[in-house]
Design a protein around this ligand. Sequence first.
Ligand code: NAD
Ligand code: 89Y
Length: 337
Amino acid sequence: MRGCLIGCGFFAENHLRAWRDLGAEIVAVCDLDPEKARATAQRHGIARFYTDADDLLARERPDFVDIVTTVVSHRALVELAAKHRVAAICQKPFATNLADADAMVAACEKAGVPLMVHENFRWRTPMLAVRKAIEDGRIGRPFFGRVSCRHDYDVYAVQPYLAEIERFAILDVGIHLLDLARFYFGEVESISCTKQRANPRVRGEDVATMLLRHVGGTTSIVDASFFTHSHPTPFPETTLEIDGDEGAARVLEGYRLQLTERAGTSVTSVEPRPVPWMSKPWHDVQTSVVNIQRHWLEVLKAGNEPATSGRDNRKTLQLGLLAYDAAESGQTVRVQG
Ligand code: NAD
Ligand code: 89Y
C-alpha cells in the first residue's frame, strides 16, 4: 500500500510511525508550512514533500491519503481526495456541522472511495478488552454505563489550538467518549448535557457531562474534564463502568480491568506494552493508532467498510452537536435517525 499524509503537525508523528510498523509506505507528505513538510519527510526518510494537497494527489496517485489536519480543513481535503478518487482517512473531529459531514460522505460515495474517520479510542487496549468481555457474555446485557476522561494534563503545550476553540471538550475528547458509548451500548435516542468552563485560561467549555438514553433502554453517562486535579494526573486514561444483568466491568485508573462475574471478581492489567517509539503517557493512544491503521489496511485490501466510516462517524458527530443544543437549551434532545 502506497500512502500520502497531509498535515505534518503534532499527532502526525504517531500516524507516520504506525505506518512504518505496519509496512505501509508513505511516499510523500504535505503541509502548508514548507519547513514542517520538509523536516517531517527528512525525519521519516520520505522521498518527497509538498505544500499543496492538490499537487500531491495529482502527482503521487497513492492508494490512500491520511489527513491529519485540524477540523477546519477536513471538508476541503476529503473532497479533494474524492476528486482524485483516492481512499481517505480523516482525523477527528470529522466536522463541526452535519452539512460538512454529509458533503464528505457523499463526495467519497460518489467517487466510489472508502472514507474512514480516525476514531481511535475504541481501538485502545482496555476498550477492546471490555468489548471482548461483553461479547463473550461475561457480564450479561449492559443496562448502565459510564465513560469518563478527567485530568488536568497540560494538553495546551502540544495542542495550543485547544485553548482557543469555542467548542472544546465535547468536540475534542467528548467525541471519542460518545463513540465509545455507541460502541458498547448502541445507538442513542436522546441526550442531555451540561457544559462548564472551569479553567479561565481556555476559551471554550473544558468540562462536559452528558446523559444518554440508548435504543433498547441502556443509560450511559459520558463525562470529560480538562480541569480535574490529581497528582499524578491520569491523562489520557479513559475509565469505564459498565453494569450488566449478570456482572460488571470496570476500567480503573492504572489500566486495570475489574470484571465481576457470578464466580467472583478479578483484576487484570490491560496496559499495552509500548514499542520503542512510543512514550508514556501516550502509549495506549499510540497503540490504538497502530490498531486503527491496521484495520484500515485490512478493510482497504478486503473492500470492506471501516468500523468508523464517514457514514458511521456522522452519528457520533451528531451526538456531539446535539450535546451543545442540549446544554444551551437546558432540554433533553431527541436524536433523529
Ligand atoms: P497540528 O496543528 O499540530 O497539525 C496540523 C497540521 O496540518 C499543521 O502543520 C498545519 O499546517 C497542517 N495543515 C492544515 N491545513 C492544511 C492543508 N490544507 N494542507 C496541508 N497541511 C495543512 O494539529 P495536531 O495536534 O497534529 O492535530 C491534528 C488532528 O489530530 C486534530 O484534528 C486533533 O483533534 C487530532 N488529534 C487526535 C488525537 C487522537 O487520539 N485521535 C490526538 C491528538 C490530536
Ligand atoms: O485531541 C485529543 C484527542 O483526540 O485525544 C486526547 C487529546 O490529545 C487531548 O484531549
